[in-house]
Design a protein around this ligand. Structure first.
Ligand code: ADP
Length: 478
């Protein structure tokens, strides 16, 4: 059995800001069936310790970037975690990355260098008698682990390393003055190493130093090699093309199952979905109408393209569409969406974060809208498919890989599951919405699409096998 230490800054259901947490939290159980024993290394934020209890101390570090630290082994949600208990770094109010003032904690470089540092130490020494064969590092917060591991152990003896890009937008930047404080080798501070325009980039460190790179969909893997999507790191990605692969995210098909979901009137069929639909209309106070009820469940940021949806809302409503949105993020977008909710009877807006409500929305809607400018994989369209809710998505990243566009050919073949539009512009989005309205108005086509969507495999089976094969290839030799 391959042993893998998964290194990340968030892990559902314990602590989550986005899809990264869902994936990190789903992998250990998914990988067990594929013959991999995975443990998750995570900072011991107060909210996490409150849920897991303090467990057993398996490692101590006298000075973890400014204070003492302990690693605690705990079990939660059916898998094992190692928590870095370092009060000087993690015991504070606020969210994971942001202080109460809504800005990044100024010492974030140190806080997440500590994650990489402890990952490397566990890679080199094991923890509580458990020795990983592979370190699997997620996003920039874990980006320094492969570098620190390389400093500790020669090639051939150390565990293999995988760096997964869940979102290239977060570079993990720190000023060059931090080089010594972060215990980084000055001889790697150059453009072929972890320097990014005179700054330290922990993401780039991971991309340069890890044995293998993955990202969360095949299309995003290709996109990252282009200047349009590479966010300044496309050259690095091109240089590492041979060691890069895209592995699609799956979803937790137990947590997202219309037949057992405790949040809804459960259903297994197209017809059964109608009750959840009625309940959603009531919950959001939407007017009666003939067109599709669409939902959005999203962070409100530039990436997600929801400013474009605001531009075409009147046209969508005019065609009988209605919309319920749940989201939070950028203050300006929150304000514009609140105003849209006040202005239009057919639009209902909830600003906030609400997991339970998101289930009711996915279940009750006819369609889900994901007009992202880029989308590494995207999870909400996968939940939607499982609940027979038709995705309308931009043709990018994982959205391109998981939705079968209702083209004439796909409709004739009876395989369509959604609508894709391109480019990511208001005009193209409106074309997509018009296409949705037309499909929805044809009951035969519409129920066929719902059936197709509900049948599409969206779990972890295929991807877990791909990760297992990758770990096997690079795992530390016995
Ligand atoms: P990203 O990671 O870029 O935010 P994903 O689609 O990969 O996008 O994952 C987003 C996750 O966060 C999904 O599980 C989605 O349901 C959840 N989510 C986003 N916004 C909200 C919200 N306001 N309320 C509840 N869940 C949300």
């Amino acid at each position: 059995m391959t042993r893998v230490l998964s290194v990340a800054s968030e892990c559902a259901p314990l602590i989550k800001t986005g899809g990264l947490a869902d994936v990190v939290g789903a992998l250990p159980n998914a990988m067990r069936d594929a013959g991999v024993e995975m443990r998750v290394l995570l900072p011991a934020y107060p909210a996490v310790l409150g849920q897991t209890g303090s467990g057993e101390i398996v490692m101590e570090e006298a000075d973890l970037f400014g204070g003492p630290a302990r690693v605690r082994a705990v079990s939660h949600s059916g898998f094992e975690l190692l928590l870095i208990d370092a009060p000087h770094l993690y015991d504070r109010p606020g969210a994971i990355y942001l202080g109460p003032d809504g800005r990044d904690w100024p010492d974030n470089p140190r806080r997440f260098a500590a994650l990489g540092w402890m990952a490397a130490r566990i890679g080199a020494e094991g923890a509580g008698g458990w020795h990983p064969d592979v370190l699997h590092c997620h996003d920039c917060q874990a980006g320094l682990a492969p570098l620190y591991l390389r400093q500790r152990m020669p090639h051939g003896q150390r565990p293999g390393t995988v760096m997964t890009v869940h979102n290239m937008a977060f570079h993990g930047l720190a000023p060059p003055e931090d080089l010594d404080a972060l215990r980084l080798p000055r001889d790697r501070f150059h453009p072929d190493g972890f320097e990014f325009w005179d700054h330290i980039s922990t993401l780039k460190a991971g991309l340069v130093e890890a044995d293998r790179l993955t990202t969360v969909s095949p299309t995003y893997a290709r996109e990252l090699m282009t200047p349009e999507f590479g966010m300044g790191l496309d050259g690095v990605m091109r240089a590492r093309r041979a060691e890069t692969q895209g592995i699609l995210n799956g979803i937790d098909t137990d947590a997202w199952n219309p037949a057992t979901d405790p949040e809804i009137s459960t259903y297994r069929t197209v017809r059964g979905k109608r009750r959840a639909h009625r309940e959603l209309i009531e919950e959001f106070g939407l007017p009666e109408g003939y067109g599709p009820v669409a939902v959005v469940i999203s962070r409100l940021t530039e990436q997600k393209g929801l400013d474009l949806l605001l531009d075409v809302l009147p046209d969508f409503l005019e065609r009988g569409g209605r919309l319920a949105l749940l989201g939070s993020g950028n203050a300006d977008l929150e304000q514009r969406w609140r105003e849209a909710g006040d202005l239009y009877a057919g639009v209902s807006v909830r600003i906030g974060y609400d997991e339970a409500q998101s289930h009711r929305m996915v279940a009750g809607a006819d369609a889900i809208l994901v007009p992202s400018r880029f989308e590494p994989c995207g999870l909400t369209q996968l939940y939607a498919l499982r609940y027979g809710t038709i995705p309308v998505v931009a043709l990018t990243g994982g959205l391109a890989d998981t939705v079968i566009h209702a083209s004439p050919a796909a409709l004739t073949a009876g395989v369509a599951t959604g609508v894709q539009f391109w480019p990511v512009s208001a005009d193209a989005l409106l074309d997509g919405l018009e296409h949705l309205v037309a499909l929805h108005s044809n009951p035969k086509i519409w129920s066929q699409m719902i059936r197709n969507a509900m049948r599409q495999p969206v779990g972890w089976n295929v991807s877990a096998a791909e990760y297992a094969a990758l770990y096997q290839e690079i795992g530390k030799p016995e």
